[in-house]
Design a protein around this ligand. Structure first.
Ligand code: CA
Length: 233
């Protein structure tokens, strides 16, 4: 029998938490949960979960802090934030702290299940046969996720490296946000498209690889088409 995927749900609203636990157990996951931020972080830090679903407003410690602490320790841990409101601030903050994606409340449980499945499948098309990414004056070790922009050391997340790998492999053309969600996030056509997730990841990458992130010369926007990675500044 296939090993069950382990999911951690950190959510203090009992009705939502119970609903999520039931749904994911029904879908065959091994589900653990917590209603408290500090306890949730402690559980997440054991590193035994394939996915962490993180509410933002929590007693003890908020979801943003938990996300930041998890990322410090583990750059690979898949994290989806459950943002209380569909506000730009909450979304940007969550993603810039290293979450893979967000789902805004009130959310459709069916959509959430599909996203979790997609993130866990991870991109089959972005396989790690490149051990090092190199373009312009940027070098990234795809196993340790450590890199350099010139002499400046930078640490990347798995998702960021997957985005760069995909863009580097398809350098001859601009890549749409939808294609990135499809190929890098693994999202199928049955998912509601949230292109903001892509834009925020791109903005974060620019701060790491561009000399001037406001005027990108490497990770450029092709108006009306998407993003393209250039090999030289
Ligand atoms: Ca809450």
């Amino acid at each position: 029998m296939e090993k069950k995927l382990k999911l951690l749900i950190v959510e203090d609203e009992i009705a939502i938490r119970t609903g999520l636990v039931d749904v994911f157990v029904y879908h065959g996951y091994d589900v653990d949960f917590s209603g408290d931020g500090l306890d949730g972080l402690q559980k997440a830090r054991t590193g035994r979960y394939d996915m962490v679903l993180l509410d933002v407003m929590l007693p003890g410690m908020d979801g943003f802090e938990i996300c930041r602490h998890i990322r410090q320790q583990d750059k690979e841990q898949p994290i989806i934030m459950l943002t209380a409101k569909n506000t730009d601030d909450a979304i940007i903050q969550g993603l810039s702290l290293g979450a893979d994606d967000y789902v805004a409340k009130p959310f459709s449980v069916a959509q959430l299940v599909l996203r979790v499945e997609a993130v866990l499948r991870r991109s089959r098309s972005v396989q790690e046969d490149l051990s090092q990414l190199t373009f312009a004056d940027v070098v990234i070790d795809t196993r340790t996720l450590n890199g350099h922009k010139g002499s400046q050391a930078q640490v990347f997340t798995r998702r960021e490296v997957d985005i760069l790998t995909y863009l580097l492999r398809n350098q001859e053309r601009p890549i749409t946000r939808e294609e990135l969600l499809h190929k890098v996030w693994g999202y199928g056509k049955n998912l509601e498209i949230e292109t903001r997730t892509v834009d925020i990841h791109i903005a974060k990458l620019r701060r790491k690889i561009e000399s001037d992130s406001k005027n990108p010369s490497l990770l450029v926007t092709v108006r009306g088409e998407g993003y393209r990675l250039m090999s030289a500044e």
